[in-house]
Design a protein around this ligand. Sequence first.
Ligand SMILES: [Fe+2]
Length: 261
Amino acid sequence: MRIALVGDLHFISPDDPSRRWRERRRHFAEAWPSFARTVSLLRDESPDLVVFLGDLVDYYSDENRDFALDQLSALKTPWLVTPGNHDFSLAGETDETTPDRPDTDEIRRRWAVRGVAMGNRSVDADGVRLLLVDSPDSSVPEGTADWLRRETDDSARNFLITHVPLNTPEMADYILSVEPQRDLRRYVQSKAPTLFDEAVRGRVEAVFSGHLHFPGHVRADATAMHLLPLGLCAFGKAYRGQGGICFIDTSEKKSPVRMRE
Ligand SMILES: [Fe+2]
C-alpha cells in the first residue's frame, strides 16, 4: 500500500469576501492553479490514501473551506487531514467587532459539517498504524500522551502525523539552522514539550510534520522526523522544496519513505 503525505496548502477562494486580506496574502491567494501539478503527481503515483498535514486554508471562511474541499475532490482518492493553525485562524481584517465571528469550537463544527474530522485519530492501513495528532496551536489535547502509548503498545509499525513538529532538540536545532529567526514557541510543540519522551521515543518509526514551509529530515534516536514543504507552489514567492510530496510504501521494511519533487 502506498500512502502520500502532502504539506500545507493555504487555499484562499477567489470568492472569499475578505478582499484586503486576500490581496495581502496574494502569494497564497493566487497559488491554487499550481495544485493541478500536485494532483498530477499524485495521480502518477496512484497512492491508496493521501494525508494532508494541515493548513488546508490560509484562514477560515466558509468560502475558503468549500474551495479547498472542491480542489481536493480532484484527487479521486480517499484523504485525511490533521489540522493546522491556519485552519482555525481568521482573516486579518476580522476583529471582535465583526458580526458572527466564529470561535475555534464553531470553526471545528463547520469543518465537521463538511465531513472533515480533525481530532486525534488512529488509522490502520496494511500493517501500518497512522497516528494523526491534533496540534494546531503547538499543544495537543489532554490525554494525548496516554492515547499514543495505548495505540503504540502492539507490534504495528507506527507513523505519527502532526502539523506542528514535535519538540525535540534535534528538530529545534534543525529549524534554527535553516531559519535562525524562527520562534520555537510557535514552530515546535512548545506546549507539549515532553510528548516525544513520554509517548514517541522507541515506539514510532517516523514522524511527519508541516508548518515550517521548508523540507527537512532529522533523526531522534530510532525515529525519523520528516518536515514537508508546501504542498503546492506559491505565487511570486519561492518556498524551498515547494510542491514536493512524501510517500510511504508499506511493503518496504527498510526505507519506506521517499520524497518526490
Ligand atoms: Fe502553513
